[in-house]
Structure formats: C-alpha cells, structure tokens
Write a protein that binds this ligand. Structure first.
Ligand code: GTP
Ligand code: MG
Length: 142
C-alpha cells in the first residue's frame, strides 16, 4: 500500500475522501493541522493557499510515497502554480473532486490545472457518491 499525502485548497474535499477511503462516517471536520490516517497524511488547505507554508508541506511529504494534488471541480482558480510538484521529488497524481455537482467542462478545466501543477495521472471522483473512488484505491494498492 502506498502512503499518500493529500494536498489541496481549503474545502476541496481531502478529509471527506479519506473518510470514504477509510470507511469512516462522512462528517464535516475542518482540518486544523496535519492529521495522520492509516496510510494517508491529511493537510489543512491553508498550507497550500499561503505560500509561506509550503515548507510545512515539503517536510510532511518526506514520509509519503506519493503526493496527491487535489482540487474541486467547482474551483476554477489556479491554486497550484505550474510545476508545483517539483518541490517534492516524489511521484505525483491529481484528483478532481466533487464531480457529482460539476459539469464536464468544469472537471476538464481542473484536470488541466492539476496536470500543469505536475500530476502525471488524474482521477476524477466524488467522495459523496463514491464515483471512481475504487480506481484511486486500486492505484494506492498497486
Ligand atoms: N458534493 C460534494 N461535496 C463534497 C465532496 N467532497 C467534499 N465535499 C464537501 O466539501 C466540504 C469540504 O470538505 P472537506 O473534506 O472538509 O475539505 P478539505 O479539503 O478537507 O478542507 P480543509 O480541511 O479545510 O483543508 C464538506 O462540506 C464536504 O461535504 C464531493 O465529492 N461532492
Ligand atoms: Mg480537511
């Protein structure tokens, strides 16, 4: 099982996806600091929204096998700069979240954002309905 670190803007759905993956009760729980789950490191969105906190992400990622960049399909912002993943020197994948409430165009735009940030492969999931979550689980197990 790969150990992953989840990185993405405030509210993009990192914790909710972990709750789904770990079969926990899905409940809103704002991440305030680093949290360690069975094989996933959860980070607060603030770490990526404020560049001064990038160093926290770099330090936290040392223990991970894969960096997972996440963004909500409803969020068209450029949250992660071009080549963001190069600071980690780890395999990097992306996840477009909240596809249950987005249009294909919204999903496509955010997928492009994640590729630009350095994701080599992008999953499109809904943590709420569970759509495509098994593909990501399989990737972690490979
Ligand atoms: N419709 C829908 N809502 C989602 C999905 N994933 C998360 N949400 C909602 O988005 C909100 C924020 O989700 P979180 O998982 O707490 O987001 P986060 O990325 O952990 O946010 P921080 O802890 O602030 O960094 C919650 O109200 C979730 O219910 C999804 O796949 N679909
Ligand atoms: Mg969270």
């Amino acid at each position: 099982m790969k150990k992953a670190i989840f990185i993405g803007a405030i509210g993009c759905g990192k914790t909710t996806l972990i709750q789904r993956l770990d079969k926990l009760k899905i409940t809103y729980n704002k991440t305030q600091t680093l949290e360690f789950y069975s094989n996933i490191i959860d980070t607060p969105g603030e770490y990526v929204e404020h560049r001064a906190m990038y160093s926290n992400l770099m330090t936290s990622a040392i223990d991970a096998d894969v960096v997972v960049l996440m963004q909500s399909a409803l969020d068209p912002r450029i949250v992660l700069p071009t080549g963001f993943s190069t600071m980690f020197t780890k395999p990097t994948v992306g996840i477009v979240t909240k596809i249950d409430i987005a249009t294909p165009d919204q999903v496509g735009l955010v997928k492009d954002r994640l590729i630009d940030a350095g994701a080599n492969k992008v999953f499109e999931v809904s943590a709420v309905t569970g759509k495509n979550v098994s593909e990501f689980t399989q990737y972690l197990q490979e």
